[in-house]
Design a protein around this ligand. Structure first.
Ligand code: ADP
Ligand code: MG
Length: 394
């Protein structure tokens, strides 16, 4: 499928509605990783250079239609202004912003408040979404979609506006899709996928879809314990999704039939509680004490995952190997990240927390082939699902 590229859209001197993904992690109102803001800059800078007036919509977290002050985009507007090196306007009104919009001159940038403060943004009711989409569309002459992290959502500012205005994909969306195409269309082999993160339920679809496409699949993070439980192992107080155990058992059987190696940890770093100061102990994966929880893959596992990764020509990694936010449980994530930097072919890191993890652990973006801004979106693409926000850009 061909999506309209930005160069094909008439934007000079126009009012451009731009969807960005500015969903950055915040702690006490401070942005802890501005990667997604930086990734949005090329398109915004291009539009400014073209003399467009830029009206940006974006979301932060899941306010579910309520004005939650801790999810305001106001701090993001400040950071965006700093990175652009120019003052940008911020409107706390989303639907009533017509007068602010009409005051914008050529090259001016306006960020609208968290679009998910509007319940219509994420509504399942198309007519409801359309009311909001029409309001947003009334602000602009055309629409540029650059919020890759949200393109798997049928949301008003992502999907419905594209139906109402001449549109194009921004540079970030175009770059993301190009990288994901390399992973899905004939990847150079061996092809390895490393999955971690908190929940199996988020990743089960992609694991199932990738099973017959990859050469190696390595599982770490909180979800590995559902795998260990599926093998009948004691997992103590570790994170587990009991209802998914049968699904995981089927998956393991299918992998065996297909001859695909699923790498599971042989050792685990455990602690008595989920706490930054919790005392770490390394145990065998089949000897997790009943009063402990697994918070990282063990050093032997990390080393063997690293060896497998380094032998691959194509690697996709999503989901931290452990609770990297706690230094005592960041080792596995760090070793896997380091292995990705040594891959001679293409290495892709996907997922908001994974991207934040590699930066927090001291890696540079340039150490990897590509750091995707999308977690769910890139996983759904790899699952082979249609992404509404991409299909709408044809
Ligand atoms: P991404 O955003 O990269 O897709 P996820 O959101 O799926 O990643 O998962 C990230 C979270 O998983 C991190 O906050 C990390 O602390 C958590 N996590 C990793 N391993 C464990 C574990 N063993 N127990 C609990 N949480 C874990
Ligand atoms: Mg996450």
């Amino acid at each position: 499928m061909n999506i309209v590229s930005l160069d094909k859209l008439e934007v000079a001197g126009k009012r451009v509605l731009l969807r960005c993904d500015l969903n950055v992690p915040l702690k006490d109102g401070v942005i802890t990783d501005d990667g997604r803001i930086r990734a949005s800059l090329p398109t915004i800078q291009y539009l400014i250079a073209q003399g467009a007036s830029v009206i940006i919509t974006a979301h932060l977290g899941r306010p579910k239609g309520e004005r939650k002050p801790e999810l305001s985009l106001a701090p993001v507007a400040i950071r965006l202004g700093e990175l652009l090196g120019k003052k940008i306007a911020f409107s706390s009104e989303i639907t009533g912003a017509a007068s602010v919009v009409s005051s914008l001159g050529a090259g001016d940038v306006l960020l609208l408040e968290n679009i998910r403060y509007e319940a219509a943004e994420t509504s399942k009711d198309e007519a409801e979404r359309l009311v909001l989409a029409k309001e947003l569309a009334s602000y602009a002459d055309c629409f540029v979609s650059d919020g890759f992290g949200a393109v798997h959502r049928k949301h008003a500012s992502v999907y419905d506006v594209a139906k109402l205005l001449p549109h194009a994909a921004g540079y970030l969306v175009a770059a993301e899709v190009e990288v994901l195409k390399k992973l899905t269309d004939n990847p150079e082999r061996p092809y390895g996928v490393v999955l971690g993160g908190a929940k199996v339920s988020d990743k089960i679809g992609v694991i199932s879809n990738l099973l017959d496409k990859v050469n190696v699949l390595a599982i770490g993070g909180g979800m590995l314990f559902t795998f260990l439980a599926a093998q009948g192992k004691e997992i103590g107080k570790s994170l587990v999704e009991t209802d998914l155990i049968p699904t995981v058992q089927e998956l393991l059987q299918r992998a065996e039939k297909l001859g695909v190696t699923i790498l599971l940890p042989t050792d685990i770093v455990v602690a008595p509680e989920f706490n930054i100061d919790a005392q770490p102990t390394t145990v065998n994966a089949d000897a997790i004490p009943s009063d402990q929880m697994g918070l990282d893959i063990g050093p032997d596992t990390a080393a063997s995952f690293a060896r497998a990764i380094e032998e691959c020509k194509t690697v996709f990694w999503n989901g931290p190997m452990g609770v990297f936010e706690f230094p005592n449980f960041a080792h596995g994530t760090k070793v896997v990240a380091a292995a990705l930097t040594k891959v001679s072919g293409i290495s892709v890191v996907g997922g908001g927390d994974s991207a934040a993890a590699v930066r927090k652990l001291g890696f540079a973006d340039a150490d990897f082939g590509y750091i995707s801004t999308g977690g769910g979106a890139s996983l759904e693409y790899l699952e082979g699902k249609e992404l509404p926000g991409i299909t709408a850009l044809a």
